[in-house]
Design a protein around this ligand. Structure first.
Ligand code: ATP
Length: 364
């Protein structure tokens, strides 16, 4: 286990691609943090900088407070005590499962007996103990990734780096392996960085998520913090589904869309509303009611009138677009499917002030 600090880390490709644009990130002892973001946001470049496959143009990477990478001071990858797992599994096709896992220990100071014990134990942990004599070509993708996990863990690295490790697997297996990776993390507590563009994968596997966009960090937090309290419009829109509404905050607790519509904002959002030019409202936080029907606690809520322009019954929920006078875009609303409103229904929407979250525009 180790702490890992990225300090003003910078990587520029060519003369202008700021792939990693001066980021700061602290990864704690035994923490699994994921780098999440759209294609090209700098996740893989950050991971490769940490692994030592490429060198930074500015800033530093520190392990336990010791610089391992900064311009002019580079510890080579093989001396960083890190293991990396790739999307392509990268297991050796001409070695058996057992030999693949044992390979990393060849260069360590362990006896043959110790190596054998460690390899067998690790194969059991990843549930591959019965397949030690097979070759990778005789394994499924999920099994090959388990071999890669065992090979990475058997050398007891202080840091584990995972680069989209599940993207080559089919959907069902991907879901199963997420839990497997989290289980292994709970067993070994190795400080880990997990690169993915899949938000559910990040939410299941990680202690904290680091959202990246255009080489910068937009927000770092637990899945719940990021989902419930996004700081920027980008975060709100990237993680889950949301309604983003533009406007300004003329006074605490109020958000003005510029037309007739003003939203009451809860104490949560109001605290930081200054300088925020959007609010984010999640579709499932909007109550949908038939026109004229009473709404419990209506006085404290934001009540909007509107008309359903599209309604889809999805079994466990109902998905609507509701046109609201004064708003340019229709609102996306997720309702209770036991009461379905077809297109053309006049409705009232009820939104608690605490569900109206002011967010900043993103820098990118
Ligand atoms: P993906 O999810 O598609 O893998 P990513 O978030 O991992 O994307 P990076 O691979 O880190 O993104 O790339 C960040 C930026 O740096 C992109 O604009 C990419 O085109 C650029 N880039 C990456 N590697 C190089 C390279 N070797 N030479 C030039 N530009 C590069």
């Amino acid at each position: 286990m180790a702490t890992l600090d990225l300090k003003h880390l910078l990587k520029i490709f060519g003369s202008e691609v700021r792939a990693v644009d001066g980021i700061d990130l602290n990864i704690r002892h035994g923490e699994l943090i994921s780098l999440l973001g759209p294609s090209g946001c700098g996740k893989t470049t950050t991971l490769r900088l940490v692994a030592g496959f490429i060198d930074p143009d500015g800033g530093a990477i520190e392990v336990e407070g010791e610089v391992i990478s900064s311009p002019g001071a580079i510890v080579p990858p093989e001396r960083r005590n890190m293991s990396m797992i790739f999307q392509s599994y990268a297991v050796w096709p001409h070695k058996t499962v057992y030999q693949n896992v044992a390979y990393g220990l060849k260069f360590r100071d362990v006896t043959i007996q110790e190596s054998d014990q460690k390899v067998r134990k690790m194969l059991d942990i990843v549930q591959m103990g019965h397949l030690g004599e097979r070759y990778p070509g005789e394994l499924s993708g999920g099994q090959q990734q388990r071999v890669a996990l065992a090979r990475a863990l058997v050398v007891e690295p202080s840091i584990l780096l995972l680069d989209e490790p599940l993207s080559n697997l089919d959907a069902n297996l991907r879901e199963e392996m997420r839990f497997e990776i989290r289980r292994l993390h709970d067993e070994f507590h190795i400080t880990s960085i997990y690169v993915t563009h899949d938000q559910s994968e990040a939410m299941v596997t990680s202690d904290r998520i680091c959202l990246m966009n255009h080489g910068k960090i937009e927000q770092v937090g637990t899945a719940m913090e990021i989902y419930d309290n996004p700081e920027t419009r980008f975060v709100a829109e990237f993680v889950g589904v949301t309604n983003s509404i533009e406007g300004s905050s003329p006074s605490p607790g109020l958000f003005d869309t510029g037309g007739d519509l003003k939203f009451k904002v809860g104490s949560n959002g109001a605290a930081g509303a200054e300088g925020k030019h959007f609010v984010s409202i999640r579709p499932h936080r909007i109550g949908i009611h038939p026109e004229g029907a009473p709404i419990d606690g209506a006085e404290g809520q934001n009540i909007l009138v509107g008309e359903v322009t599209r309604g889809y019954f999805l079994g466990n929920s109902a998905d609507y677009l509701v046109k609201v006078p004064g708003l340019e875009e229709p609102l996306r609303v997720e309702g209770d499917p036991s009461r379905f409103f077809p297109a053309g229904t006049k409705v009232r929407l009820a939104i608690e002030p605490d569900s109206v979250i002011p967010v900043r525009a993103s820098e990118g």
